[in-house]
Write a protein that binds this ligand. Structure first.
Ligand code: CO
Length: 134
């Protein structure tokens, strides 16, 4: 069902510092910051030859990554995103196998303009999994 690794996401307390780390220290190409109020985060993407890294900073009150950063003040790996070709069909298959979809179960539009869903980390080896329809 799952296809390519789309990105690995890292939550950071300071996006400017995260950008500087990836652009200046690691020498990678980093996109312009993009505010996603519906997701409560501001993101950038680090382009690598075989995949991307997403850096996430909290945006607004009640950001879904605020608690994560309280527990991990230096930042840390937050989720991994796999590509699927039909997100509703994938969600139905996963639910039939007992996996839990976060939120109301309806796909939201993610940073790339594609539908995304998040799967419960307790059902996936302690890792928050994002599915993106590509
Ligand atoms: Co993501």
């Amino acid at each position: 069902m799952i296809g390519r690794l789309n990105h690995v996401a890292i939550a950071v307390p300071d996006l400017a510092a995260g950008i500087a780390l990836y652009r200046d220290t690691l020498g990678a190409k980093v996109s312009a910051p993009q505010a996603l109020p519906e997701h409560g985060v501001t993101v950038v993407f680090v382009d690598l030859p075989n995949t991307r890294v997403e850096l996430l900073e909290p945006l607004g009150e009640g950001s879904p990554i605020a608690k994560f950063l309280e527990a991990n003040p230096a930042g840390g790996m937050h989720h991994i995103c796999y590509e699927v070709s039909d997100i509703r069909a994938s969600a139905a298959q996963l639910e039939a196998k007992g996996a839990r979809i976060l939120g109301d179960g309806e796909p939201k539009i993610g940073a790339h303009g594609n539908p995304v869903l998040f799967l419960h980390p307790k059902d996936f080896s302690g890792t928050l999994v994002e599915l993106e329809e590509v």
